[in-house]
Design a protein around this ligand. Structure first.
Ligand code: HSE
Length: 433
């Protein structure tokens, strides 16, 4: 048996503790896969005094990154600190001191990927990041390696476990948005700043990383059109259900005329389709490749052990040398990677509108008239009898026939200026498969 490989873990939050637990509890199994024992030599954390649910073997825990970067016994560093700084400086420090790095930090890679990957390449090191996207689903390896023979045509996915957990609890239990968000935080799904989960930032950064792997272009994530679930309410979910749909936060990227059509937004997905049946903290990714056709991946996208599963697989890959080969040969995030030309998705889709209107004579014809003027044809309308309702208006729910999303956005903007409309209307795309 070869000598043990010593790893340093930076960050012992939800995922870091899970990684230590897995490396300790599944040591025999992991040793078989790695061909040698993998030992946690040290952990570096912000607050050494904090009580830990999982003890670091040997008890070596400190707060200075140099205790890992400058320890010659440690060859692999596991960077499980979220956000941009100090994570970026730590990654540079680790690489410059000869450590191969495994990370789950998608914000860091989406923002500074080219710079960090170039540095790692220059120094002959590797960065492995399976856990950065879709938690336990091995989607980075699937796109980067297993589907390498394909020209990827499209990616469609549920990439944020917290948002999906919130939507599912609201739709199944009628739970209150704020209460479920707290529960998602308690369960360790949400980011330190959960607004990144619910405003779509987290899913957008993950989509940018996947699109880079799939389409070979650098995608500045902030240029992707992004809407979160924070503007949704229980009524919208109920109306969607009445029409045979669920609402999911869906990330979409597809090739279209030399551009990448991309967006992250809540959308209606038909009940019975795989995306609609993706519940709780599960993620799902549907990919179309020209040779393989459509593939569907489903698994836990957030949470301690699913994410630790991906991190530990990367540690094993790094230890056996697979990560270095992949890193060198796939040309991931090379500095001369062209930037993507991004557009909003411009396909013809049905749209779901919820407009709050004054309950008075002629309102319906006014709204449908405006839609007609913009070339939007109506498939169905729901207006329940809620007489006696207040200034907030009564909800009018409209399902359109397939139409251009920019036309429907313009129509909704015009509708919202009307004096019979109360508040801002909601317009969601409808994904039929
Ligand atoms: N906060 C993320 C999510 C998990 O809810 O999906 C880590 O990516």
């Amino acid at each position: 048996m070869s000598a043990p490989v010593r790893v340093g873990v930076v960050g012992l939050g939800t995922v870091g503790s899970g990684v230590v637990r897995l490396l300790v509890e599944s040591a025999d199994h992991i040793t078989r896969h790695a061909g040698r024992p993998i030992v946690v030599e040290r952990a570096v954390v912000k607050d050494v005094a904090k009580e830990r649910s999982v003890p670091v073997p040997g008890g070596k825990i400190s707060s200075d990154i140099r205790d890992i970067s400058q320890d010659p016994a440690i060859s692999v560093a596991v960077l499980l600190v979220g956000g941009l700084e100090p994570a970026r400086s730590m990654m540079i420090e680790l690489l410059e001191h000869g450590k191969d790095v495994v990370t789950a930090n998608k914000a860091l890679l989406a923002e500074h990927g080219p710079e960090l990957f170039e540095l790692a390449r220059k120094l002959g090191r590797s960065i492995a990041f399976e856990a950065a996207v879709a938690g336990g689903i091995p989607i980075v390896a699937a796109i980067g390696e297993c589907l390498a023979a394909n020209r990827i045509e499209s990616i469609r996915g549920i990439l944020n476990g917290t948002s999906n957990f919130i939507l599912t609890r609201m739709e199944e239990d009628g739970a209150d948005y704020a209460d479920v968000l707290k529960l998602a935080q308690a369960k360790g799904f949400a980011e330190a700043d959960p607004s990144m989960d619910v405003d779509g930032t987290d899913a957008t950064q993950k989509l940018a990383i996947l699109a880079h792997l799939a389409f070979g272009v650098w995608v500045p994530w902030a240029e992707i059109s992004r809407t979160g679930i924070d503007g949704l309410d229980l009524d919208l979910l109920k109306y969607a259900g009445e029409l045979g749909y669920r609402i999911r936060l869906v990330a979409v990227a597809s090739r279209s005329d030399g551009r990448l059509a991309m967006r992250v937004a809540p959308a209606l997905v038909r009940i019975g389709t795989p995306l609609a049946e993706t519940r709780g903290a599960y993620n799902a990714v549907s990919i179309v490749g020209d040779a393989v056709g459509r593939m569907f991946f489903h698994g836990l996208g957030a949470g301690q052990m699913p994410t630790a599963s991906a991190v530990v697989a990367d540690i094993i890959d790094t230890v056996v040398g697979r990560a270095a080969i992949t890193f060198r040969t796939t040309g991931v995030l090379e500095s001369d990677t062209p930037a993507a030309k991004i557009s909003d998705t411009a396909v013809l889709e049905r749209h779901f509108l919820r407009i709050r209107v004054k309950d008075q004579l002629g309102v319906l014809s006014k709204i449908t008239g405006t839609l007609g003027e913009h070339g939007i044809s109506i498939a169905s309308v729901i207006q329940h009898d809620v007489s006696g309702s207040s200034d907030a208006g009564v909800p009018l729910v409209i399902m359109t026939h397939a139409c251009d999303s920019s036309a429907v956005q313009k129509a909704v903007a015009a509708i919202d200026t009307s004096d019979v409309v109360r508040g801002k209307s909601v317009c969601l795309s409808v994904l039929e498969e």
